[in-house]
Structure formats: C-alpha cells, structure tokens
Ligand binder design. Structure first.
Ligand code: KIV
Length: 277
C-alpha cells in the first residue's frame, strides 16, 4: 500500500473532508495511520508537547528531520507532511529550499508546511518550483507568538481579516497545494475556503474548512489542563495512563507482577557454584 500523494488528496478533497493529525514518533504514526487519517503532520508543536517548551521557537531543523524520519517509519497510507521550524526558511528562498529538501531526503516527508502569507510567498514558490509540495499556514501562526503578544485569535478586526485573506491568496498563488487556517473567526475561514481553489485545513477556524487538524496529544486528552475553546478531546488518556502506571507500580511493589505467566520456563541455566576461597 502506498501513501496518499498530493494528487490523491486533491481528489479526496473534492468529495470529502480531509483529516489531518500530528504525530511525532513511529508508534503514534502507526496508530493514527490505522485509524484512517488522510494526512499526518510532524508539527513543530513538538517543541511544546514533546520537548516541554513554552512555544515552538526553539525547535531545530535537525530535530524536525529526526522526528519526521521516526514518523515516516510508522506510516503506510497517510500522506506525511513536516513543518519547517522557526528560522529555517525566513532568511531566503534558497534557505527554505535547502531546509525543505532535508525534510524530504532525510526525513521521508512528502510535503512541507511553512508559516506566513505574503511574506513567505517567495519561499513557497522556490520549493514548489523544485518539485516540493507545500502546505501554507496563515492566521494564528505560532512562530509569530511574540509579535502577536501571545497565542491569540487573529483576524478579528476588518483590516486583520483582509490581510489574512490576502495572505491565503498569496500562499495559493505561490503554489501551495493546501492551506492551514489557524485561530481565526469561523466566518473568515468560511470566506477564505469559498475564495480559494485549494483545500483549507482548519484548527480553531470553524466547521467550513475543507479539512481539520488537531495535535494528537491534545485530542487524546494527554494534558487535561489544556482546554482551549477550539479543542475537542476524544479520549482522556492522561487519566488512563496515570491509572495504568499506578496499577503497575502497586503490583510491582506488592509482588503481584510479574506472575508465573510472565516468567520464562525451561531448565535453570548452569550457574557456576560460587568460588570457594
Ligand atoms: O505545529 C503544529 O502542530 C501545527 C498544527 C497545529 C497546524 O502547525
């Protein structure tokens, strides 16, 4: 079975919602692939949910390549896209191409995602020209968290909303095959989705996008203290994991685990008698 190509995704998007989710390692990749998602994103959100940083800015290209390679080994069907991290593409279009090339050659990504609208158009065009499919990302772009003064919904004023429409069009014009719309009012996402020819993938952008994306650890409820409005939890793994590991600890301490069924049979190994002095 081969992974969905950009062409497959385009066809799918004509009739169906696209389903994207993040993954950062081979185990999660295998599970989300079996669940039937269309696209797996190795997001630079790994800086927060894997590395424990407050934002995505410290993530390096080497780290993205490493996690992309891990995820790649777990996927059979889903399309694999990977984020270009902060300052791996903003310096020049040539830098963007070189960084994107590493995610493809060393990481096994089939496409790359980068943040920004008009300001990133040249970088997108350079990658596309070299045969690298690109996912755009506009609205609340987390790598600009300091410019935004926090992780805030964008596009609430008329001017900001117009700029986001312009950004989405610029990204499409530069050749992106789909665009993530993050943290914008639903009505604005509806308008952008109706305006663009390429699919939109929403997160905190309402129901009218062509598809949706969520961070795997968020939607699985692995940190129940994280509860933004846009998030729906489909499980509460934080509780499940704490309970399971607590039970394991109790059983080890009380001698219940391992039981005879977990021990290997067979003749005792020939253990030399302790040497007498
Ligand atoms: O880094 C990430 O996980 C993302 C998604 C939330 C869109 O960019």
């Amino acid at each position: 079975m081969s992974r969905y190509s950009v062409l497959d995704l385009r066809k799918k998007a004509d009739n169906d919602k696209l389903v994207m989710i993040t993954a950062y390692d081979a185990t999660m990749a295998r599970l989300v692939d079996r669940a039937g998602v269309d696209m797996v994103l190795v997001g630079d959100s790994l800086g927060m949910v894997v590395q424990g940083h407050d934002d995505t800015l410290p993530v390096t290209l080497d780290e993205m390549v490493y996690h992309t390679r891990c995820v790649s080994r777990g996927l059979e069907r889903a399309h694999l896209t990977a984020d270009l991290p902060f300052l791996s593409y903003q310096i020049s279009p040539e830098q963007a191409l070189a960084s994107a090339g590493r995610l493809m050659k060393e990481g096994g990504a089939q496409s790359v995602k980068l943040e920004g609208g008009e300001r990133s158009a040249e970088a997108i065009a350079r990658c596309v020209e070299a045969g690298i499919p690109v996912v755009g990302h506009v609205g609340l772009t987390p790598q600009s968290v300091h410019a935004f003064g926090g992780f805030r919904v964008q596009g609430r004023s008329r001017d900001d909303a117009e700029q986001i429409v312009t950004d989405a069009l610029a990204v499409q014009q530069a050749g992106a095959f789909c665009v993530v719309l993050e943290g914008i009012p639903a009505a604005l996402a509806t308008r952008i989705t109706a305006t663009l020819q390429v699919p939109t993938i929403g997160i905190g952008a309402g129901a009218d996008c062509t598809g949706q994306v969520l961070v795997c650890t968020d939607m699985l409820g692995m940190d129940l203290s994280f509860a933004p409005r846009f998030l729906k939890r489909f499980a509460a793994l934080e509780d499940t994991i704490i309970e399971a590991v607590g039970t394991y600890a109790d059983e080890v301490r009380t001698g219940v685990f391992p039981g005879p069924e977990h021990a290997f049979g067979g003749a005792p190994a020939a253990v030399p008698l302790a040497k007498l002095p």
